[in-house]
Design a protein around this ligand. Structure first.
Ligand code: G
Ligand code: G
Ligand code: MN
Length: 306
């Protein structure tokens, strides 16, 4: 149907051009020059607009770093064994101007493409360490989870600076989980990743494979890297009770994770039915709007007290 439409359009354009040549007495050569001119302007415009757009977002993010506009929000994680919150995931937000808050979907890709995600992560980690210091001091088992990309592992200074900030805050490595998304599979053959991950584990940090099920990590991949946790993507959790094919995959993912001795965190838990299913399948850690969306540290304090 679409092809038919396009063919029709093309025919119509050719017919119009022929009519133009006949009606206005311009030569085919003049027409060709005219068309080439048009094409060149179009290409130039595309090129310039393509390069300008990311540049301005890039520049805006550089300014935002300078003005300390990035800040963390925290989404609690519930432990079904202890029947209490066991930690929070640190989620990046951008306060642009007075009260407009920009969500990471809008800028994370560009932040990763330009490398700015590294200083941004350090900025929000510093704030998170300050804000969570009391909770972490009073609850040695409480954790903070940070999202990392492959880029953080390639940066020369990231982990040094991160660990320095963490030491200054008196927070122990055992209270920190690094989440690495499955979609950004780290190269198994790249020794830098394997070694860094091993070093982090030896230092006491925990590692989670994030958004599990949206990428294509094989079992051998999961065995190769020293992950402690597997976070099942919300796509699967939200299929619970829907009879969709994705629903049945939950059983398989849970069984596989347990087989590999990975502790499971389910994300995107929204309903009682999902909660009941995960309880029945002994998925220990749950995260989602059923408990709370991402909120300020002040709200986390209230949640912990309540
Ligand atoms: O809450 P939510 O809209 O925050 O997050 C949207 C996406 O952005 C998710 O895929 C999440 O993993 C990612 N994200 C949130 N915070 C961070 C961060 O600090 N660093 C990185 N690399 N990704 C993040
Ligand atoms: O990719 P990552 O898992 O790091 O990001 C978490 C993302 O999931 C954030 O965008 C966050 O706002 C979103 N999120 C967290 N809990 C829920 C939930 O219960 N339902 C839905 N739809 N999204 C959620
Ligand atoms: Mn995450």
């Amino acid at each position: 149907m679409l092809v038919h439409k396009m063919q029709f359009k093309l025919l119509w354009i050719i017919a119009t051009l022929c009519f133009l040549v006949v009606a206005t007495h311009i030569s085919y050569m003049q027409l060709l020059i005219f068309l080439l001119g048009g094409l060149t302007s179009f290409l130039l415009y595309s090129l310039v607009s393509h390069h300008l757009r990311p540049y301005s977002l890039h520049r805006a993010m550089e300014l935002a770093i300078k003005n300390n506009e990035f800040f963390p929000e925290y989404q609690p994680i519930y432990d079904i064994y202890r029947k209490a919150y066991s930690g929070v995931e640190v989620l990046l937000r951008w306060q642009d101007g007075q009260d407009k808050i920009i969500m990471p979907d809008f800028f994370i890709e560009e932040a990763e493409a330009t490398g700015l995600i590294v200083p941004i992560t350090l900025q929000i980690a510093k704030i998170a360490f300050e804000e969570a210091r009391t909770i972490l001091k009073n609850n040695p088992d409480f954790h903070l989870a940070f999202n990392l990309s492959a880029l953080h592992f390639k940066s020369l200074h990231f982990f040094n600076q991160f660990i320095q900030l963490q030491n200054e805050s008196g927070i122990t490595p055992h209270q920190i989980i690094f989440e690495i998304t499955e979609r950004e599979l780290l190269n198994k053959n790249d020794l830098v990743f394997s070694k860094s991950m091993q070093t982090l584990r030896e230092a006491g940090f925990a590692l989670a494979i994030d958004d599990y099920g949206t990428g294509h990590a094989s079992i051998s991949y999961l065995q190769h890297f020293p992950f402690n946790y597997l976070k099942i993507d919300k796509l699967f959790i939200q299929a619970i009770g829907t009879k969709a094919i994705t629903e049945s995959l939950n059983d398989a993912i849970i069984r596989m994770a347990k087989e590999l001795k990975l502790v499971i965190i389910a994300e995107g838990v929204e309903t009682q039915a999902q909660f009941d299913y995960l309880l029945k399948h002994e998925v220990r850690y749950l995260q989602g709007w059923y408990f709370s969306k991402a909120v300020s540290m002040e709200r986390i304090h209230t949640l912990l007290e309540g």
